[in-house]
Every structure is written in C-alpha cells, then in structure tokens.
Design a binder for this molecule. Structure first.
Ligand code: PDD
Length: 301
C-alpha cells in the first residue's frame, strides 16, 4: 500500500508510510479511521487524551501517562474502556503496526456515541477509543532545539480545570495560532495577575539571573506535565535550585534562560519572548543540560 504524509509544521516532519489507527477495537487504515458523528468527543469535546513519546520503538513514561489518563477519566466520570493491561497491549500493537521507532503515540477516550444530549448518555454507553502513532524526524527536532523557539504571551482564558487532559482545546488552538501568526512556536498563557500559567501545549519554565529554575506549581492552574515531573528529577540530580512558584512575564523577559517541556519536545529552549531576546538570545546552558539528560531519567518499559 502506498503511504502518504500529512503536512505538518516543524518541529515534526512526518515520515511517509501507510499508517494504521486503532478505533474502537479494530485496526484500520489511517485514512479510513472514523468515529461516529454523534461521538461525544466530536459533539461536546467530552473526552480526554494522552500524548506519549516513542523512543527506540518503546513508550516513554507509559506508567505516568496511564496514571494521568486514569485520573483525567475519573475526574470526568468516564469509565476506563478496558483494563490497563489490555490497553497497554493495544498501545504496543499500534506502535508496532505503524513501525514507529522515534515518534509519538496519541490516545483519545471519549464518553462514547449517543443521541445528542448535554447530560451524560445512558448507563452502558461505551467510551470510544482512538489510538494513532507516527514517526517523526528526530534530527529535525534536534536541529530545532539547537536554535530554540520564540514564544508570545496571551491572556489566560481557559476553564479552571486544565489539570484534566481534556480534548477541549479551543483556547489552546487559538493561542497556538496567535503564536504562529506572530512568528513564534508557542504561546504562554498569562493569568489576570500577570503570571504565566503554561504554554498552549507545554509547561513553561525560566532560569533566573541567580540560576534558580522556576516553574509554576502543578495545582489546578496547569497540566501536571509528565515531562515536567521528570525534569524535576533531572534538576534535583544536577543539584540545581528549584523554585516552584508562579513567575511574571516581566521576570521572564529578564530571565537568563527560558524553556518549555512536553512529551513532543522534551526540553525546548526559548530564545525570544514577545520579540525580546532571552539572555544572549541563544539556548541556555541549563536548558541544554536538562534536555541532554532528560531521557536518562524518563522511564522506558
Ligand atoms: N501537550 N500543558 C499543556 C496545556 C499541554 O497540552 C501539554 C502537553 C503539557 C506538557 O505535558 P507532557 O509533558 O505530559 O507532554 C503541558 C501534548 C504534547 C499535546 O497536546 O500535544
């Protein structure tokens, strides 16, 4: 079968191959992978997701991603569609069928298909499960990291439960598009007090002039990123000073370094914020060291 590549913005470049998606119990060609029009994910964004890195054909930090998935489902009272052990097998099978070596796995679970009604569907409605996996171009990602990215600030306009990894991402979509249109790669949400919460698809960090690494506490104002959790371990291993507190955009402008973390970018240096260079305008030493050592601290099953 002839494969095809979707167009994607850096830092990914998809590698062309015939892809397979898992949809509600079946492995189907990616181009035919569909859910019903009355899926509650489609109608109401009534679902959750996870994005997990695949490295050397293995899932990175699967345990933590599954823990977070179960938590998100519980918070929204969506049932786990299958036992965790069965889900783990399907994840592996999807990675294998797509011949993913270095890439990402996407998993989405919604409240299922039912006649449109805002309230929960009848008991017994099965959650919908979609899993996809794709390779990306690691060299290109590394090249991007060696250059660093620009970010812009945008007003925080999301609901207070962004600790739940829900597929309701409209503010994130609009923020990311605003970044693109400003020539930047990421947007940082800034709350009513002028303090950064997180990026549209990443956690936000700065390094102060004194060398302290600062990131917002993972309360209800941000997603508790898995990469963030691992990077906290790397910071401890390096003996760096950590300040888990909110920081303002002014602090970020004056910072020595800045970076973002996510499963798709690991530790990505930020070199411009709202058009102003961070530090000397090049990826910082601490961000680069955290990126270098990140995978030594992540769990690979
Ligand atoms: N996003 N904050 C937000 C809003 C995110 O969407 C993400 C990840 C993170 C970082 O979480 P983690 O380290 O677990 O990837 C923080 C994924 C990658 C996405 O939506 O594609």
């Amino acid at each position: 079968m002839v494969g095809y590549a979707l167009r994607a913005n850096p830092p990914y470049t998809e590698i062309s191959l015939s892809r397979i998606a898992y949809v509600n119990g079946r492995y189907v060609p990616h181009r035919d992978a569909c859910v019903h029009v009355e899926d509650r994910g489609y109608q109401f964004s009534d679902g959750v997701y996870e994005v997990c890195e695949v490295r050397a054909a293995r899932l990175v930090d699967e345990r933590r991603h599954m823990d977070r998935l179960e938590r998100s489902l519980k918070e929204l009272r969506i049932s786990m569609p299958m036992p965790r052990s069965a889900l783990a097998m399907v994840l592996r099978e999807t990675v294998a069928r797509n011949r993913v070596r270095d890439g990402i796995l996407y998993l989405q679970i919604t409240r299922g298909v039912a006649r449109r009604d805002h309230a929960f569907p009848p008991p017994g409605t099965l959650p919908s499960v979609v899993i996809t996996a794709k390779n990306y171009d690691l060299d290109r990602l590394e090249q991007g990291a060696s250059e660093g990215i620009a970010v812009i600030g945008v007003p925080e306009n999301r609901w207070p439960r962004v600790d739940i990894k829900s597929v309701s991402l409209l503010p994130n979509v609009l923020a990311k598009q605003a970044a693109r249109e400003a020539g930047a790669k990421e947007a940082w949400f800034v709350d009513a007090e002028g303090r950064v919460t997180e990026g549209s698809s990443s956690n936000a960090w700065i390094v102060t002039r004194e060398g302290a690494v600062v990131t917002r506490p993972a309360d209800f104002g941000i997603l508790r990123g898995i990469t963030r959790t691992v990077v906290l371990d790397v910071i401890a291993a390096h003996g760096l000073t950590l300040e888990e507190r909110a920081f303002t955009m002014e602090e970020a402008y004056a910072a020595r370094e800045a970076f973002v973390t996510s499963a798709t970018q690991f530790v990505m240096p930020v070199v411009r914020i709202d058009g102003r260079p961070v530090g000397n305008g090049a990826p910082g030493l601490i961000a680069s060291a955290l990126r270098r050592d990140y995978h030594d601290h992540a769990e690979t099953a």
